[in-house]
Design a protein around this ligand. Structure first.
Ligand code: GLN
Length: 544
């Protein structure tokens, strides 16, 4: 494969206009796909304008999922898209917030590093941002840097000013500005409207940034007349006005953008010589998703943040990936755990081919989750528990099989007589919520003759964690004797990582978050196995 001719790192900045939720993260990730499939080594960086140092302490209903990296950083959910769309591994450095930048600058000021000068947004904050962007660019051909927020927000100004300056710091040709806007279709007049795009680009130019490429999010294809109009008003070459069509499935986005010739335009503007991207495997994924050969399965997700599906972004995608590897479509049914507690009738759960209880924090909805797990265990419905889902499965088993009626997690009932889930002994003294979580990648060793081993096909696996509470070893023997199988443990055997049940088609729960390591090209083995078991149950039903 031919590579680019000079060895300067190239930077692509992706900004967003008009309104939020246009899919800037997926656009940035898809640009990553196109460049990577052309043979370039890329990485991505998300700049977030809020003051939190990281999103770890934010409510998922406001901010969406917290994505955890191998090195234990709690990051923005767009990093999940970056990892699913490319081979780049995200680390702590790949997400930086305004809070983090200000924190660093204030620390430096306290240490006296600014030598008596007045510390200001320009140059001190903007320098800190630019240093961070450069830091990420070590060892890659291209950095794709997404600026969070919408142009016109007060919050994102220092970031936009920093990326404006960036083009002057390194050669003009090494930087590209791509702006994502909306071209709405107005039904009553039957027209696509360009004014919001014009205004958004005006806003960019006011702060000194002339976009090089416009990605116009729209539900109808832009014809050449409309593209010419946008080009004229926005001062962009007409070929660089790209239709970013609404698509059925996010994995179509790279193909759709490439259909508009995006990679060629990027490469020629950056002066990079590479072959056209080879998107065959993406085409296969999209084809499989649009026409799964083996029908569909129905999966119930019993959770707490079901009103905002961004709270479970990686989980949703991992379930879809599990469908890809089994050639089935996955219908996800979001059930609010709070509606399943008390003595509500659960027989409706029989409609589903599998039940999944995801991760979460706090007491709300716990009893509903425990009851649905009991239903899955007793009615032999395929079950997958993740993190808090594993805690609930252990509690359910302890209460209803091992007859520890008051078993609970110390997270919800600090005075329970049987804390089957608890803080580790050396953690219990801490009152601070920060820094007490087990975060990031840990090794887990699997027991042969288990569903876990069968799924992964190897003895040692690395998985990502984000939790405070663990299985309480005081109950290991008692629960094992009652039939709970510990099929995954930490290398020293002290931490329970996976539990399973025998005499059940597939009942498995893990202390970690496998959804963070799944991608359409490499569906996670546990999601593949879960969906596969759900498919079998469907066949049972069909042959009855
Ligand atoms: N709330 C639980 C804990 O802190 C589980 C966390 C999770 O599901 N990620 O341990």
């Amino acid at each position: 494969m031919k590579r680019k001719t000079n060895n300067k790192v190239k930077y692509i900045f992706v900004t967003g206009g008009v309104l939020s939720s246009l899919g800037k993260g997926i656009a940035a990730a898809s640009i990553g796909t196109l460049l990577e499939c052309s043979g370039l080594k890329i990485t991505l960086l998300k700049l977030d304008p809020y003051i939190n140092v990281d999103p770890g302490t934010m409510n998922p209903l406001q901010h969406g999922e917290v994505f955890v990296t191998d090195d234990g950083a709690e990051t923005d959910l767009d990093l999940g898209h970056y990892e699913r769309f490319t081979k780049a591994t995200m680390r702590r450095v790949n997400n930086v917030t305004a809070g983090k930048i200000y924190h660093n600058v204030i620390q430096k000021e306290r240490r006296g590093e600014y030598l008596g000068s007045t510390v200001q947004v320009i140059p001190h904050i903007t320098d800190e941002i630019k240093n961070h962007i450069r830091e990420v660019g070590k060892d890659v051909d291209v950095v794709i840097c997404e600026v969070g927020g919408t142009v016109g927000d007060i919050e994102s100004l220092p970031f936009l000013e920093a990326i404006r300056q960036f083009r002057f710091d390194i050669k003009f040709k090494n930087v590209l500005y791509i702006h994502l806007t909306l071209v709405p279709y107005i039904k009553t007049s039957g027209e696509l409207k360009t004014k919001p795009t014009q205004h958004s680009v005006q806003k960019m130019r006011e702060i000194g940034i002339q976009p090089d490429i416009l990605l116009c999010r729209t539900e109808k294809k832009l014809d050449s007349k409309l593209k010419n109009k946008i080009a004229l008003f926005c001062n962009v070459e007409v070929d660089s006005v790209i239709t970013a069509m609404d698509v059925k499935n996010i994995y179509e986005v790279p193909l759709s953008l490439e259909g508009e010739g995006l990679s060629d335009i990027i490469m020629s503007k950056l002066g990079v010589l590479v072959e056209k991207p080879n998107l065959d495997s993406w085409k296969r994924v999209v084809q499989g998703l649009s026409k799964p050969k083996l029908g569909e399965v129905d999966i119930a997700v019993v959770g707490k943040y079901v009103d905002l599906q961004d709270s479970y972004k990686s989980l949703t995608e991992a379930l879809i990936h599990g469908g890809i590897s089994n050639d089935v479509g996955v219908n996800i049914h979001w059930l609010d755990a709070e509606t399943l507690d008390g003595d509500t009738d659960l027989s409706d759960l029989n409609r589903y081919n599998g039940i999944l209880v995801p991760g979460g924090f706090g007491e709300r909805g716990i009893e509903g989750k425990i009851r649905s797990i009991q239903f899955a265990r007793e009615n032999k419905v395929t079950f997958f528990g993740i993190c808090l889902g594993m805690h609930c499965a252990v509690i359910e088993f302890a209460r209803n099989v091992a007859r520890l009626k008051k078993a609970n997690s110390a997270e919800f009932a600090s005075n329970t007589p049987d804390p089957v889930i608890d803080l580790l002994p050396n953690q219990s003294g801490k009152s601070d919520k920060g820094g007490t979580m087990r975060l990031g990648e840990y090794l887990c060793q699997l027991r042969k003759n288990s569903n876990a081993f069968e799924a992964y096909g190897k003895r040692e696996v690395y998985e990502r964690h984000r939790h405070r509470y663990e299985f309480n070893n005081r109950y290991r023997i008692q629960l094992e004797e009652a039939g709970l199988k510990f099929s995954g443990l930490s290398p020293n055997g002290n931490l329970v990582e996976i539990i399973e049940l025998e005499d059940h088609p597939w009942f498995l729960a893990g202390q970690f978050h496998p959804e963070f390591k799944s991608s359409p090209m490499e569906p996670h083995p546990l999601f593949t196995a879960f969906i596969s078991s759900a498919c079998l149950s469907r066949n049972d039903v069909q042959t009855k």
